[in-house]
Design a protein. Structure first.
Length: 94
C-alpha cells in the first residue's frame, strides 16, 4: 500500500536547473527548501500519529505542526512569486 501524505507530495522529483551561475544556485536553494518542508511535514505527521497512539507532550505536537505550516506557507509564497514573475515575463513585449 502506498503511503499518502503531504510529505510524499513534496518529495517528488523536482527538475534540476541545468547550467551554471545564479540559476543553478537558485535551483539548489529551491530544492533544499522543498526538502526542508517535506521533512517538517513528515515530522509533523509522525508526531500526530504518536499523539493518536498515546500521551505525548502537547508542546511538541504544536511546535511540529507550526513548523510544518510555516514551511508550507513559505513554499506557497515562493511559488506564487515565481508564477507572478513568469507571467510578467510572458507579458513583456520583445
Amino acid at each position: 500500500m502506498m503511503k499518502v501524505g503531504a510529505a510524499n507530495l513534496l518529495t517528488q522529483d523536482v527538475p534540476s536547473v541545468k547550467g551554471t551561475g545564479a540559476g543553478a544556485q537558485f535551483g539548489d536553494v529551491l530544492q533544499s527548501a522543498i526538502k526542508q518542508a517535506a521533512d517538517a511535514i513528515g515530522k509533523s505527521e509522525a508526531v500526530e500519529r504518536k499523539a493518536a497512539l498515546g500521551p505525548v507532550d502537547v508542546h511538541e505536537v504544536a511546535t511540529a505542526i507550526t513548523d510544518a505550516e510555516a514551511m508550507l506557507q513559505t513554499l506557497v509564497g515562493i511559488r506564487d512569486k515565481l508564477v507572478s514573475a513568469y507571467n510578467e515575463l510572458v507579458r513583456t513585449p520583445i
